[in-house]
Ligand binder design. Structure first.
Ligand SMILES: O=c1ccn([C@@H]2O[C@H](COP(=O)(O)OP(=O)(O)O[C@H]3O[C@H](CO)[C@@H](O)[C@H](O)[C@H]3O)[C@@H](O)[C@H]2O)c(=O)[nH]1
Ligand SMILES: [Mn+2]
Length: 881
């Protein structure tokens, strides 16, 4: 071990320009003070116009000031870390600890298996002794497709890992390395399926790669889930992994990554260990958090996807006060801080494969945790949509420190959201979760007092107060504009000296934030975009996040975890890359948020246009000089909403704002005042419909699809299933015809009266192939159609490189296997669904029959009564005459 004098394994530096920063902050603080003084001293008297609006503005400004102070805590004391990996190898190469890597996945629909196994392969290929490395994949959907994909990955690893090591490949995610792409697919919902499978047993002498070196352990875990037992989402998965891994590899260090975050640097494990193994300071560190970085960020990041400021400024600020929060991915934990001492003392068992697997199974069953401390004092915490932050905070309140390590080369790369709905829904979850922490018994505001440093408390509060931020922001975006239209001034006159603090604070704050953004590597347009997202999050996600959190903490609703989609259609991706804002049909839970955003934008537009009209017609009530700041505010709000107006009114592509929302929000903006607006928003929220997925269409007479085959000789796989017919009475003959034609109109296949079919053919010509369905029955039919072209492009691109060839062959095999699995799966699912619908229709028919029979009876008796009455009436009438 070490030499005589202590040489640290890592170094910590404070930010240089702290003094200037602090002076600048102080000047803004003074400006804010003046604004508050102005508000207090110039309030309109009782009965004067705008008195209540004025008091509301004072409230909003006080809130903003408080919040601004909190954000200063995140910047006051930034620190930066550096590691010395060479010293680590010198001192510890033979005594490196075991590292268990947890990868979580939950839904093959939104998280494609190909992405998941890329992540798995990238972490299996870490530059670390393989016998000390174990990778666990938790699949919460317990889906066959993920499991088979992982089996394929385990075979592929035998080729991939030695290749990476031999040629120093970076990054070690094959997908990222080869820039491969694949397509989203349909899949089934979670079952109550429990399985643990050790796919590669690192201790098995036969588990070797093609060069004869041992492989890291690879385990697949599908824990048991049943409706009556809460499964606690990712937190539940993490705790099951903690227990299972303890009985298999029991690594002292645990790395947790989301399934979309591949390792981008093979030495990150060593970086993290430099902190844990440092002789002087290592023992107090509980976890090492790496930044969340993303591989799919565009230049001007239209959704502020990189979270630049958080990752490059604020987390460094928290690090200066005792450590960043745990953010769920890219985080190395010391195992015993996650589990608590209880489990620490239990020694590891000698294990033989079969026996252990059975024993371990109990650890991942849905009842194991009943009456235990799991999810409370032990493991990752339950009951909070941001299980990561609350778990990290509770570790810190137990006296541990954490470390933020943000190296030049990104350690992990994930998938950032690519549509506005995804972004808003993700922030709704985060803001709800963080606010729930503030209300919980682990609140950073009171519980943490004296347990973590004051600066860190403020830093946590800054995130936990995201949700309540919505009110002040909503107020500021609605009220001044409405009063502008009335010509009532709520800000100082342009000529008044009181205008100064407003002008100063506004410009200084924004210039500072722009400078900060540019320094973190952003662009000017990117900053402008980030301001828009800032506004959108605060006026929509945070409002709903607030409502969610209040409902959850009052016990009216259960915490949920809406998984962020990591797949998108080709045209969506195309628009994302062009940086066009995507409003299009997405998660429908976001549509109430859209209504708010669109209404707000239109409201400001109407107010602005209305004012211009009034000025043009020489309205005597409008005195421009008293309204300058209000005009500016309203004007900026109109300007920043430009992409939204485009989406609402000008665009024609699929990513535009759904027209139902356009209509609703125009109506709202014209009619309602703020109160009606809130009620409408809440109603919209409650009645929002559920999302539907599917590559499906309804056919009336004939429907044709074309699919481009890029290379001659490619294999085309296709399948279809008639899912249901409009009329359930004739289901016995609801087949359709399908004619497949090649580019030269040559007929390839001709199916007649088929309910389902799966076939493949080799394309003799490249070009557009046509698939024409004909429905001869008199009613509509719904058809599930899937077509795929198998082509292994790696052959063309890299065929010249001799080192590549064997590996490429493996890749093709892997790709082919995965692709066949997906295809097969889709077909099976469509058929199962058809069966279910047929069954349902049958039972429905029985009910119908009974219903019609009784209706007929009732009808007949009603008719009889009626006829009898008429008869009597007529008789009575006649007798009266
Ligand atoms: O029931 C579930 C739900 C989710 N997950 C996994 O959790 C991870 C994160 O889910 P995602 O939908 O990608 O959420 P994000 O908002 O992108 O995730 C961030 O925020 C979460 C807390 O809100 C953290 O758990 C994540 O680690 C962090 O990356 C993914 O790997 C999922 O597969 C599960 O394992 N089981
Ligand atoms: Mn994610």
């Amino acid at each position: 071990m070490g030499s005589d004098a202590y040489v640290p394994l890592f170094e910590t530096k404070r930010a240089k320009e702290r003094v200037i920063r602090r002076l600048f902050a102080a000047s803004i603080f003074v400006g804010i003070g003046f604004i508050v003084v102005y508000r207090l001293s110039h309030r309109p008297r009782n009965g004067e116009d705008g008195r209540w609006a004025w008091i509301g503005l004072l409230g909003a400004e006080l809130w903003f000031s408080l919040y601004w102070v909190l954000t200063q805590a995140l910047r006051w004391n930034c620190v930066y870390r550096r590691t010395f990996k060479d010293r680590l190898s010198q001192r510890y190469e033979n005594d490196l600890p075991g590292v268990d890597i947890f990868v979580c996945t939950a839904d093959p629909k939104t998280e494609q298996p190909i992405m998941v196994i890329n992540t798995v392969l990238s972490v299996m290929a870490y530059d670390y002794p393989t016998e000390k490395l174990s990778v666990y994949l938790s699949d919460d959907a317990a889906h066959d497709i993920t499991f088979y994909a992982l089996i394929e990955a385990s075979h592929f690893a035998e080729h991939w890992i030695p290749y990476c090591k031999k040629f120093y490949v970076e990054p070690r995610s094959p997908g990222a390395y080869f820039q491969s792409i694949s397509e989203p697919h349909e899949a089934e919902e979670a079952k109550g399926f429990l399985a643990i499978k050790i796919l590669i047993d690192g201790r098995d002498p036969k588990a070797k790669d093609i060069d004869g070196c041992s492989l890291p352990t690879l385990v697949h875990l599908a824990r048991e889930k049943r409706p009556q037992h809460p499964h606690n989402f990712k937190a539940g998965a993490m705790n099951a992994l903690i227990r299972v891994s303890q009985n298999i590899s029991n690594g002292q260090i645990i790395l947790n990554v989301d399934c979309d975050m591949y390792s981008n640097y093979s030495s990150s494990v060593r970086d993290a260990l430099c902190f844990f193994l440092d002789e002087k300071k290592g023992h107090e560190i509980a976890f090492v958090q790496f930044p969340q970085s993303f591989g799919n960020i565009t230049k001007n990041e239209i959704y502020d996807g990189s979270m630049r400021i958080g990752m490059d400024v604020e987390f460094h600020g928290m690090d200066g006060y005792g450590g960043p929060p745990y953010v769920g991915t890219g985080c190395f934990h010391r195992r015993n801080t996650l589990t608590g001492k209880k489990f620490d003392n239990e020694c590891m068992e000698d294990w033989k494969r079969e026996e252990t697997v059975d024993k371990i199974k109990a650890l991942a069953s849905c009842t194991y945790e009943e009456n235990t401390q799991w999810g409370k004092e032990m493991g990752v915490k339950y009951g909070c949509p941001v299980e990561d932050v609350i778990t990290g905070l509770s570790i810190q309140t137990r006296g541990w420190k954490s470390v933020y390590f943000n190296p030049e080369r990104k350690a992990f790369l994930g998938v950032a959201t690519t549509t506005l709905p995804q972004t808003l829904v993700q922030h709704k979850r985060w803001s709800a979760g963080d606010f729930l922490i503030l209300l919980s018994s682990y609140s950073p505001a009171w519980y943490a007092r004296g347990k973590i440093s004051f600066g860190l408390q403020l830093g946590y509060c800054c995130y936990c107060l995201w949700a309540p931020n919505c009110f002040a922001t909503l107020y500021y975006t609605i009220i001044p504009s409405l009063y502008l239209l009335k010509g009532i001034s709520l800000f100082p006159k342009a000529s008044s000296p009181w205008c100064m603090p407003f002008a100063f604070v506004l410009s200084a704050k924004n210039l500072y934030s722009l400078a900060e953004f540019l320094r973190c590597g952003g662009t000017i347009l990117g900053w402008w975009n980030s301001q828009r997202i800032w506004l959108y999050k605060r006026t929509s996600s945070y409002l709903f996040g607030f409502i969610d959190a209040v409902l959850m903490s009052a016990g009216f609703s259960q915490p949920a975890f809406e998984i962020t989609a990591k797949v998108a259609d080709e045209d969506v991706i195309e628009r994302y890359e062009k940086e066009m804002m995507e409003f299009g049909p997405g998660a429908s839970s976001s549509s109430p948020m859209f209504i708010i955003l669109a209404t707000l934008a239109l409201l400001n537009l109407f107010c602005f246009v209305g004012l211009v009209a009034k000025v043009a017609t020489g309205d005597a009530n409008i005195r421009i000089d008293t309204l300058v700041l209000q005009i500016l505010l309203c004007g900026i709000l109109v300007l920043i909403n430009w992409p939204l107006f485009q989406g609402l009114l000008l665009r024609r592509d699929n990513g535009k704002m759904p027209s139902s929302i356009t209509v609703k929000s125009i109506g709202l903006a014209m009619k309602v005042g703020p109160v009606g607006f809130c009620i409408a928003a809440i109603l919209a929220f409650i009645f929002s419909p559920q999302a539907v997925y599917g590559i499906r269409f309804v056919i009336d007479r004939e429907e044709c699809f074309s699919h481009n085959v890029q290379y001659e000789g490619d294999t085309v796989h296709a399948s279809f299933v008639v899912i249901k017919a409009d009329s359930s009475w004739y289901s016995s003959h609801d087949g359709v015809d399908l004619v497949v034609k090649g580019p030269a109109s040559d007929q390839i296949h001709d199916f007649r009266d088929k309910i389902s079919e799966k076939f493949e053919f080799v394309a003799h010509h490249k070009g557009v192939h046509r698939f024409c369905f004909t429905n001869k029955s008199p009613y509509h039919e719904t058809i599930d159609f899937d077509v795929h072209v198998g082509h292994f492009s790696y052959y063309d691109e890299h065929a010249k490189d001799e080192h590549f060839n064997p590996l490429l062959e493996q890749i093709s095999k892997l790709e082919e296997a995965l692709y066949n699995i997906q295809f097969e799966q889709h077909w099976l699912e469509a058929q199962t669904e058809r069966q279910a619908i047929v069954n349902e229709a049958m039972s429905r028919r029985a009910v119908y029959k009974a219903f019609w029979e009784s209706t007929a009876l009732v009808g007949a008796s009603v008719l009889q009564v009626y006829l009898l009455r008429r008869l009597f009436e007529r008789k009575l009438g006649m007798s009266r005459v």
